[in-house]
Design a protein around this ligand. Structure first.
Ligand code: HEM
Length: 398
């Protein structure tokens, strides 16, 4: 059990996984050494780079060092504050359309609904296209490529690509097709792709070529929807058990939605661990680390640690009232990671999450269909194993 590990290793220590060992960094004051001060000693790892190459290429999530630094600079403007207005409109329109189709008393899997919603939003905000229906071949290809990426990222050796090879091939063709068309008729469609195509480093004149645009687009596409879907799904799971907070969402709007989202990501961090591999012999807090060793930080453990969160298992969005949030030790709460690899989409995700929570709560509350606690499936992200079944109750009805 991971909880026992936290009790055994309050600061830093080695965990024995049989054939491999890994170093758990479980103290907020040591975390900046890994993510900031000696970030150059800790890389995402050669294994991740090699195996995820067919999917992510040299995209932001997987590139390292100087290449990563250049890329991050080029991609960042796509997330600039002034671009968010357009993205928010898309988020709002898609969520409103979903809510309009819902009925009082209807039962549904909210985790699945959130996955489809965020996928629709990312298609529009990234490529300015409607989400293909699942019966269309591109819809099926996305599902195939995604499930391949999820399986592959869990194991440290290349899996046969099987059906995924053809699916990825067709997806690449589609993306390159969109890129070619946009290059031939350049215009700002207000989406992320327009920004990637127009990106240019002012000092060096560096631009993203087609392969780089494809890698970044695929990375944003996959990194950008599942995590947000999970954050909102777990939020609804917690809200359904604490119905008074549905009322506060309606009364207080966006600021409270942000508190709910942050508190949900405390208890159920969509990205529940950060992993790095040591590039060289080094040390963290004086603890020696050997070259090639795996180092990890568990948001799951930190976020549920009674040293930093009183009564940690209780869902209490008021922990994130601004004055109380300021009391949380730095690096005891890190749903988006930290340092130079901090999530580039964090503002995007928080905006999207707030819009989804507010829009849904203004028309519906939810009850859990099952009394059993949701089972968790910690793959690369923290998914609910069998979905989250809810019954919708229209606000004002019976
Ligand atoms: C609630 C939603 C989200 C969560 C919890 C989340 C979490 C994270 C975390 C923990 C990392 C750091 C991984 C590491 O250091 O090993 C990360 C990186 C990243 N995320 Fe997110 N993310 C979310 C939403 C998004 C969205 C909406 C996008 C894009 C539209 C996005 C794109 C990325 C990218 C490109 C990186 C790599 C950044 C880099 O290494 O420079 N994420 N995310």
């Amino acid at each position: 059990m991971i909880e026992r590990l936290g009790a055994e290793i309050p600061r830093i220590g080695r965990v024995d996984y049989g054939r491999v060992t890994a170093v758990l960094v479980n103290s907020p004051e040591l975390i900046p050494e890994v993510l900031i001060e000696r970030a150059a000693d800790f890389v995402k790892g050669p294994v991740l780079r090699v195996i995820s190459r067919p999917v992510f290429g040299d995209g932001l999530l997987t590139s390292e060092g100087e290449l990563h630094r250049q890329r991050r600079k080029l991609v960042a403007p796509a997330f600039a504050h002034q671009r968010m207005t357009r993205y928010s409109e898309v988020m709002q329109a898609h969520t409103s359309a979903l809510v309009e189709a819902w009925r009082d008393g209807q039962e549904l899997d909210v985790a699945e609904a959130m996955m489809r919603l965020t996928l629709g939003i990312v298609c529009r905000t990234l490529f300015d296209v409607e989400m293909p229906s699942q019966t269309e071949s591109i819809g099926r290809d996305i599902v195939t490529a995604q499930s391949y990426a999820m399986r592959q990222i869990r194991v440290p050796f290349p899996l046969p690509q099987g059906k995924a090879r053809a699916a990825l091939g067709r997806l690449n063709e589609t993306i390159y097709g969109i890129i070619r068309e946009r290059r031939a008729n350049p215009s700002d469609k207000g989406d992320l792709l327009s920004m990637l195509l127009a990106a240019r480093d002012e000092e060096t004149g560096l631009e993203l070529d087609d392969v780089a645009v494809r890698d970044e687009a695929m990375t944003l596409f996959l990194a950008g929807h599942e995590t947000t879907a999970l954050a909102t799904s777990w939020a609804f799971y917690l809200l359904a058990q604490n119905p008074r907070y549905f009322v506060r969402l309606r009364e207080e709007g966006a600021p409270f939605a942000l508190q709910v989202l942050k508190e949900s990501m405390r208890l159920y961090p969509p990205a529940y661990a950060l992993a790095r591999s040591a590039e060289c012999d080094t040390a963290i807090g004086g603890f020696p680390i050997r070259k090639g060793e795996l180092v990890f930080i568990s948001q799951w453990l930190l976020h549920r640690d009674p040293r930093y969160f009183e009564d940690p298992l209780r869902f209490d969005p008021d922990r994130f009232l601004p004055e109380r949030e300021a009391q949380i030790p730095r690096y005891a709460y890190l749903p988006f990671g930290g340092g130079n690899r901090i999530c580039i989409g964090n503002h995007f995700a928080l905006t999207e999450g707030q819009i989804i929570l507010n829009t849904i709560a203004s028309s519906f509350t939810m009850e859990l269909v099952s009394r059993k606690p949701a089972r968790m499936e910690p793959l690369i992200t923290l998914r609910p194993k069998n979905g989250i079944g809810v019954r919708l109750r229209a606000v004002g009805a019976g």
